[in-house]
Design a protein around this ligand. Structure first.
Ligand code: SF4
Length: 236
């Protein structure tokens, strides 16, 4: 991939059409819409990472949600999963507000960037291995650009973990072989950075209590400490 800054990378990602199935799906969802958002213009394109170019903490998800980020054009913005994530980030002092409704709602992240290994909304939230691999160069380049400031990474869910480890290896970090398995609470040192496994903020996990707000805040605080970020005093 060409050199260039993170803003340029984000811009280039939004024009990608490498995965025919995902291009068709994201655009069809944007045309047909959900009734509650019938008056809105959906983004309907790849969703780039969100957060400062000198972030020391990176959060890696799975892929944009059809009526969330695929609608609003910003990671985890406009759906319940995002509400859980941004509330936790706000609670620990890493975000300026607890809600994320639209790309122009003024939300600011402090030292944190959020990205995903697949940048287009997939049907049933399930990208194919081919689509995951096709999108990897974008993540590799993002990691290379973040490398000077990056100290900690929170990976949400097993898909993100499996997709991220090869990307970190390609970006130049020494990832052990065999690759460590995903687990909530997993912690992996790659030398200059540490990776933390955390259950995904999906409704399936948060509605069932598999991932509680306190568990999420704990992972974020631990990773933020490694990243050298200041968080609010511990309150559970
Ligand atoms: Fe491009 Fe990634 Fe979207 Fe595939 S998933 S079309 S590689 S941005």
């Amino acid at each position: 991939m060409d050199s260039g800054g993170l803003a340029e990378l984000d811009d280039r990602i939004t024009g990608c059409r490498a995965c025919p199935r995902l291009v068709e799906w994201r655009e069809e969802v944007a045309r047909t819409k959900r009734a509650a958002f019938a008056d809105e213009t959906y983004w309907g394109r790849p969703v780039p990472g969100f957060g400062p170019a000198d972030a020391s903490l990176l959060i890696v998800g799975l892929a944009p949600a059809a009526h969330g980020a695929n609608r609003t054009g910003r990671m985890f913005t406009g759906d319940r999963s995002g509400d859980v994530l941004y509330t936790a980030l706000y609670d620990v002092g890493l975000a300026s507000r607890s809600t994320a409704e639209s790309a122009d709602d003024g939300l600011t992240l402090y030292g944190v960037r959020i990205t995903s290994p697949v940048h287009c909304a997939p049907p049933a939230n399930k990208p194919t291995p081919q689509e995951r691999d096709a999108c990897r160069p974008w993540l590799v380049r993002e990691l290379e650009l973040l490398r000077p400031s990056l100290r900690a990474v929170v990976v949400l869910g097993g898909f993100g973990w499996q997709a991220a480890l090869p990307a970190f290896a390609e970006a130049g970090w020494a990832v052990p072989r065999p690759r460590p398995a995903f687990a909530h609470g997993a912690r992996l040192s790659l030398g200059s950075i540490e990776l933390f496994g955390c259950f995904h903020v999906s409704q399936r996990n948060t509605f069932t209590g598999r991932l509680t707000p306190a568990m999420l805040r704990h992972v974020l605080r631990t990773a933020a400490a490694v990243a050298g970020l200041t968080t609010t005093p511990y309150a559970g």
